[in-house]
Design a protein around this ligand. Structure first.
Ligand SMILES: [Zn+2]
Length: 386
């Protein structure tokens, strides 16, 4: 293995991560992360552009090199809320090293991956390691809720000429090439209030909603459609509210569900099926409406590209064991970024971290974080210079 040329010492790499963890970019305030990175890049003569979405939110784009091929790097700048502070053994916004584990909100998901990509980009630039090709960093806001940041990047054309995409979400030493889609839907059932001694004078909003949910549960969760990498679609009712007085027929009931979709049973089909089930209830006298307020498609690539093979080879050299491909459970910005690319598109979701995202005591192994910087520098240059 070649000695990787890196512009930073381990301590400097830890300091940058520490600075980013200290920024409370909990589904907002990503602008502070973007401004920090813009300043850091500027110190190394790399200009970065901020796509402003609001006062406090925006995407950051930085590019080195020129021409083809174009390797896209994607990472989100937001984190989820810290949760129950009393359950944390450290302050979630102070990077804390305990026995080689770096604790903090966003250490795994995914400020370590984002920082590793930025450090790799700077090091490649400083040492003139690119013979040709373009390395484009696209740091997004709002990945954890709504994925508006990646939507904006896609709409502004930043993915148009991208030949391969690496997303630094936490996978550890394995590469995700597929994930399910996700939909959040709300059902609102309108009834007519009446005293429960005379229910015939009203219309119970809960009843059709219950029937609908039972039917949806049975229909979606017993479908025979399956995907070889992702398995089956899942439908989960996650919120149910209705009525406010024990002796009143309720005029309003609401339920929400989250559906995890697969290419064989996609978001559009789910919506169509839900509308049919609702129409059936409404024909029988109910008044239920549907609001699909979040819909991200599933992503499936075949992992057969040169880029994936190269990532597996270089990863294995650094780690000393084989790097397998797999399908990830959660949705990523890939849902927006590669929505119009086919199954041959080279997508690698490959970044430092473990299975502690969205939990208290989230951490990343210090060694893994530092190693990913070297893997990235070697991988990005090998792919682009090839
Ligand atoms: Zn993430």
């Amino acid at each position: 293995m070649d000695i990787v040329k890196n512009s930073f010492t381990d301590d400097e790499e830890l300091k940058i991560l520490q600075d980013l963890i200290a920024i409370h970019s909990v589904n907002d305030h990503e602008m502070e992360v973007a401004l920090y990175l813009q300043k850091l890049l500027k110190k190394h003569d790399i200009s970065a552009k901020i796509l402003r979405f609001s006062e406090t939110r925006g995407d950051l784009i930085a590019e080195i090199g020129s021409g083809k091929p174009v390797l896209g790097l994607s990472g989100h700048m937001d984190v989820v809320a810290a949760g129950d502070l009393s359950q944390w053994k450290t302050d979630p916004f102070t990077l804390t090293n305990i026995d080689g584990k770096l604790y903090g909100r966003g250490t795994t998901d995914m400020k370590s991956g984002l920082t590793a990509m930025v450090i790799a980009l700077i090091s490649i630039h400083d040492h003139h390691l690119l013979k040709h090709g373009t390395l484009r960093l696209m740091a997004s806001f709002g990945e954890e809720i709504g994925e508006q940041g990646s939507q904006l990047l896609k709409n502004k054309g930043y993915m148009r000429d991208v030949d391969a995409l690496l997303i630094g979400e936490p996978t550890g030493y394995q590469i995700a090439i597929a994930h399910k889609g996700s939909m959040d839907v709300r059902f609102t059932s309108h009834g007519i209030e009446a005293h429960s001694s005379r229910p015939q004078n009203g219309y119970n909003a809960i009843n059709p909603l219950m029937k609908l949910l039972i039917e949806a549960n049975r229909f979606f969760n017993h479908s025979s459609k399956t995907n070889s990498q992702l398995g089956k679609l899942t439908f989960s009712t996650t919120i149910f509210n209705g009525g406010d007085q024990v002796n009143s027929i309720p005029a309003l009931a609401q339920a929400e569900a989250n559906i995890r979709t697969i290419p064989e049973f996609n978001n559009a089909e789910v919506e169509k099926n839900l509308k049919e089930m609702i129409a059936k209830q409404n024909k029988a006298g109910a008044k239920v409406d549907l609001d699909v307020y979040m819909s991200e498609p599933s992503i499936e690539t075949n992992g057969q590209s040169k880029f994936i093979k190269l990532a597996q080879k270089i990863g294995a050299e650094f780690v000393g064991k084989a790097i397998p491909t797999f399908a990830l459970n959660p949705v990523t910005d890939a849902s927006n970024l590669i929505i119009d690319k086919g199954p041959d598109f080279p997508l690698a979701i490959f970044g430092p971290g473990n299975d502690t995202p969205h939990q208290v005591n989230e951490y990343v192994d210090q060694e893994m974080y530092l190693k990913f910087i070297d893997i990235y520098i070697a991988l990005f240059t090998a792919y682009l210079n090839n």
